[in-house]
Design a protein around this ligand. Structure first.
Ligand code: PLP
Length: 401
């Protein structure tokens, strides 16, 4: 056996023995929604239809026919790919139009598009920071931020999740270059104290960088995300905001938003931007259409808010224990990873698909079901989901037993 084959086998065996192996399943799209009560988002796996309570498609835009038409039209106009990196010939008027639109919505001066949120975060961290910098981050920030910071060589100090006190103490001690948080935390669903953090950052002369992957499209009165939320609260605001198009906008790609100086600096220095094929112009046009569609159809965000309220109320009545989340992300902590997988499997047998999240995605001992609400869920979908959860958790002896 070659050394690499042996290494692979040993690592996979170690994961398998802890119940942490991951595997993929190729889903089929469900047939068009049936005229039935449980008509929410579904997919088919091995011939069986599942009600989907696990996607980040919070507004249900990924299957919106008007956006499929927008993508088709854009592909006809611009072609199906960008054909080059942005500084060669991959940057088009479609990219520019999206950047300008996002700036108007978020209140930032300039924007830069990436093919994914992971590469946007990585590029930002690696390019902005170096070994001279100290950076503070919430304990629960996304893997892409951590990896980017590690690659940058900066000194990383973590503060307790959502603790303004912890953040303030570290800022006072280290005079950090920047503080990084998510707006809506991807695995817990709670919202960072953005107004307080922005005030602290102003006081200490540090930048506030917000990964708004799960906020843009749904956070704030019109779903305009982290900076708009700060403005609604008359707070200082966010210096750099990273938004993704693969969550509430239902499509693909991401943007870093900030000052003109920052974006010009990234254009000249961010290797992920310079040496990678640009997001396709059709995808840029699609993200613009999706954002406009969400703004033109405020009933989607209102429907999502109503569904979140309905879900949390029914869970309370059914004694299904939730974390303190008011967003579309609703975790049920199980604790043990193997038990979490068994509970998720039992739910699948009832036709309900929820995320089963294990370490290292979440801290050890906090494996969980991650349920997500969509504007497209019906009342009957939510009732079915809560009844199934309650039944399976009771059979499993309660979440934490
Ligand atoms: C908080 C957060 N940031 C960034 C990303 C990466 O975004 P993308 O899926 O566009 O790569 C994710 C994706 O799961 C996320 O949850």
């Amino acid at each position: 056996m070659s050394p690499l084959t042996a290494k692979i086998a040993a690592r996979q065996y170690a994961l398998a023995s802890q119940g942490l192996l991951r595997r993929r399943q190729a889903l089929a799209v469900s047939p068009p929604a049936q005229p039935q009560a449980c008509a929410g988002p579904r997919f088919v796996l091995e011939g069986k239809s599942f009600l989907n309570f696990s996607s980040n498609d919070y507004l249900g835009l990924s299957l919106e026919p008007a956006l499929a038409d927008a993508l088709h039209l854009a592909a006809k106009r611009y072609g199906v790919g960008s054909g080059a990196s942005p500084l060669v010939t991959g940057y088009s008027e479609a990219h520019q139009a999206l950047e300008q639109h996002l700036c108007v919505l978020t209140g930032h001066e300039a924007a830069l598009l990436f093919c994914s949120g992971f590469s946007a975060n990585g590029a930002l961290m690696k390019t902005l920071f170096d070994a001279q910098d100290t950076v503070l981050a919430d304990k629960l920030v996304h893997a892409s931020v951590i990896d980017g910071l590690r690659d940058s060589g900066a000194t990383l100090k973590r503060f307790l999740h959502n603790s303004t006190e912890g953040a303030g103490r570290l800022l006072a001690r280290h005079g950090a270059a920047a503080l990084i948080t998510e707006s809506v935390f991807s695995m817990d669903g709670d919202i960072a104290p953005l107004a307080e953090l922005s005030a602290l950052c102003r006081q200490h002369g540090s930048w506030l960088i917000v990964d708004d992957a799960h906020g843009f499209g749904v956070l704030g009165e019109q779903g305009l995300g982290a900076n708009a939320l700060c403005q609604e609260a008359d707070a200082a605001g966010v210096d750099v905001q990273v938004i993704t198009f693969g969550k509430a906008l239902g499509c693909q790609g991401a943007a870093v938003l900030g000052s003109r100086e920052l974006i010009d600096f990234l254009v000249s220095n961010a290797r992920e931007y310079i040496y990678s094929t640009a997001l396709s112009p059709a995808n840029a046009a699609l993200a613009l259409a999706a954002s406009r569609f969400a703004l033109d159809n405020p009933q989607l965000l209102a429907g999502l808010t109503e569904n979140i309220g309905c879900f949390t109320r029914l869970c309370r009545e059914a004694k299904v224990p939730l974390l303190a989340s008011a967003t579309a992300i609703q975790p049920v902590i199980i604790g043990d990873a193997t038990k979490t997988m068994a509970v998720a499997q039992a739910l699948r047998e009832l036709g309900l698909w929820v995320g089963a999240i294990r370490p290292p995605t979440v801290p050890a001992g906090s494996a969980r079901l991650r349920l997500t609400l969509s504007a497209r869920h019906t009342r009957a979908d939510i009732e079915f989901c809560v009844a199934a959860l309650s039944q399976v958790l009771t059979q499993a002896g309660g979440p934490k037993s």
